[in-house]
Design a binder for this molecule. Structure first.
Ligand code: GRF
Length: 204
């Protein structure tokens, strides 16, 4: 079987990165392998996690480049060199340009901590709490260059209790993400994802 190689992009804690790497190591990622961590913050905790798991890292500092296109072009050649099939954004805190979005159209996904199109952008959990919704959730979507606007691949609701604290909601959302994201990546690796415009179907 040809390997299905993924690169995870992350900027922070890396709990989703870890869940994906562990799923891959346990053979629970549809045969996919986590080949690379791409990180724009070399001091982020996710980098230590990658090192502990023996996963290669591609680290860079955006301010050392003239433009986003410039560092993305370097990342694109690294991904091409490694034959990366799917880019998985997991807490990567930067918008992407066409340099990466175009060649990976339909092959780049993100996880967002709300039921999109509600609460796109930064601090979706805080936005949901401030708005007072009773149900929020998580969304896996394709990346299209906009802010959390790509076609939806998978969603899962997360119910809120009265007086829900931010900490408890964050914990529930993270737990849900760590299950749903590996399932979504597996579907891609197994070739089960059918994309027709904004309609994405997962074949069983
Ligand atoms: C997750 O909540 C994800 O939904 C959002 O960023 C967060 C990353 O958390 N895009 P972690 O770095 O995986 O712990």
């Amino acid at each position: 079987m040809t390997p299905f190689r993924i690169a995870v992009f992350a900027s922070g804690q890396g709990s989703n990165f870890q869940a994906l790497a562990e799923a891959a190591a346990a053979g629970r990622l549809g045969g996919a392998t986590v080949d690379l961590l791409v990180c724009d913050k070399p001091e982020a905790p996710v980098v230590k996690r990658a090192q502990a798991l023996g996963i290669d890292t591609y680290l860079f500092r955006p301010k050392e480049y003239d433009s986003r296109e410039a560092y993305e072009a370097e990342i694109a050649s690294e991904l091409a060199r490694r034959g990366i099939d799917l880019i998985v954004l997991a807490g990567y805190m930067r918008l992407l340009t066409a340099v990466l979005v175009k060649p990976y159209e339909g092959r780049m996904i993100n996880i967002h901590p709300s039921l999109l199109p509600a609460f796109p952008g930064k601090d979706a959990i805080g936005q949901a709490l401030d708005y007072g919704v009773k149900v929020t959730g998580i969304t896996v979507h394709l990346v299209d260059g906009g802010m959390d606007t790509g076609a939806i691949v998978a969603q899962q609701p997360v119910e809120m209790v009265q007086g829900e604290s931010r900490e408890s909601l964050e914990a529930k959302i993270h737990a849900a993400e760590m299950k749903l994201y590996p399932q979504a990546v597996s579907a891609f690796a197994e070739g089960k994802v059918v994309i027709e415009g904004r309609k994405v179907t997962i074949r069983h």
